[in-house]
Design a protein around this ligand. Structure first.
Ligand code: SF4
Ligand code: SF4
Length: 309
């Protein structure tokens, strides 16, 4: 089968499995991205996320993850929805975390897709990745033509926006490759202007992860530094502001993944209910959810930080 037919088949299968986007890049060392990552780490923009500094070589060379790798298939899985807490003053969690943990949901789909690829092309050496291993997901998605990396440092697709998870299959099968697309941020600075903690650099395209609310509410294990008091905009798990203000998200369409449907109790939570939440309530509310990552104590810390008195 010709390389272009192989790629066509994989992309149609990806669509059947519900993936929003699929693009393919040649598996090769990422010299430019390695340089940028090194700079970012040297600036300590990763804060306490020491794992970002681990496996530097694997992160920038896919053949160290899958020996003989020829291709990286990048995929996007939609999580956009319009559910919001009924009480507008209530603490907020990021849109992606309303349903079941995407790591599990998307991984299952990716594994099914890989098993179909193997049915068609024999037992290729391959691995699937969902935010789980040292893979520069955004950079691969960019190389695969899924979108450009915007000033908010997220991957943006001109038709689908940015509310999706990225994942990859690295495999030793040669395929036809997609070309990167242009950057359409233009003169826009909405994300930079709207970020409450000034985590995005004034010219964009660079994020001080240690100032980002997503980091402060999820990754940071110590107390949230007092300089962020009154800057959290009610976020207690992640933050969507730089996506909410991005004009490319105007056309985002709702996902149709049943596993991402929110627990109805989450929508009706009041500010008081969050403040009074006990561990058993947390366990029930977030059963199977990515929010479990902060553990009860972490989420409680974030809730108290909003209103310390
Ligand atoms: S997620 Fe929130 S805090 Fe982080 S860069 Fe975007 S707007 Fe700023
Ligand atoms: S808000 Fe504007 S500058 Fe920021 S990522 Fe979107 S288009 Fe680019």
């Amino acid at each position: 089968m010709h390389f272009s037919d192989r790629s066509f088949l994989i992309k149609s299968k990806a669509k059947e499995h519900g993936f929003l986007l699929c693009g393919i890049a040649k598996a090769e060392k990422m010299d430019e991205e390695a340089h940028r990552l090194e700079h970012w780490l040297n600036q300590h923009y990763h804060g306490e996320m020491s794992y970002m500094a681990n496996h530097f070589d694997k992160r920038t060379d896919p053949t160290l993850l899958v020996p003989g790798a020829k291709s990286v298939i990048s995929l996007a899985y939609n999580y956009f929805h319009e559910e919001k807490p009924l009480d507008v003053n209530t603490p907020k969690i990021s849109m992606y975390a309303y349903g079941k943990d995407y790591h599990k949901v998307v991984r299952k789909k990716l594994e099914k897709l890989l098993s179909e690829i193997k049915q068609h092309f024999g037992d290729v050496a391959a691995r699937v990745f969902v935010d789980s291993a040292p893979v520069l997901e955004r950079d691969w998605a960019k190389r695969s033509g899924l979108g450009w990396v915007g000033k908010n440092t997220l991957l943006i697709n001109p038709k689908k926006g940015s509310y999706f998870f990225l994942c990859e299959i690295i495999l030793d099968l040669e395929l036809q490759y997609d070309a990167p697309i242009s950057d359409y941020c233009g003169t826009c600075t909405r994300c930079i202007d709207a970020c409450p903690t000034d985590a995005i650099s004034p010219n964009g395209y660079l994020l001080d992860g240690s100032k980002c609310i997503s980091y402060l509410t999820i990754e940071l294990k110590n107390e949230i530094p007092v300089e962020f008091q009154n800057k959290m905009d009610n976020w207690i798990f992640g933050c969507d502001i730089c996506q909410q203000v991005c004009p490319w998200n105007r056309f985002s369409a709702e996902h149709d993944e049943p596993e991402f449907l929110p627990n109805p109790e989450l929508i009706t939570m009041t500010k008081e209910a969050w403040q009074d939440m006990t561990e058993p309530v947390f366990d029930k509310l977030f059963e199977g959810s990515a929010v479990k990552r902060t553990k009860f104590a972490g989420l409680k810390r974030n809730i108290i930080f909003l209103d310390p008195n």
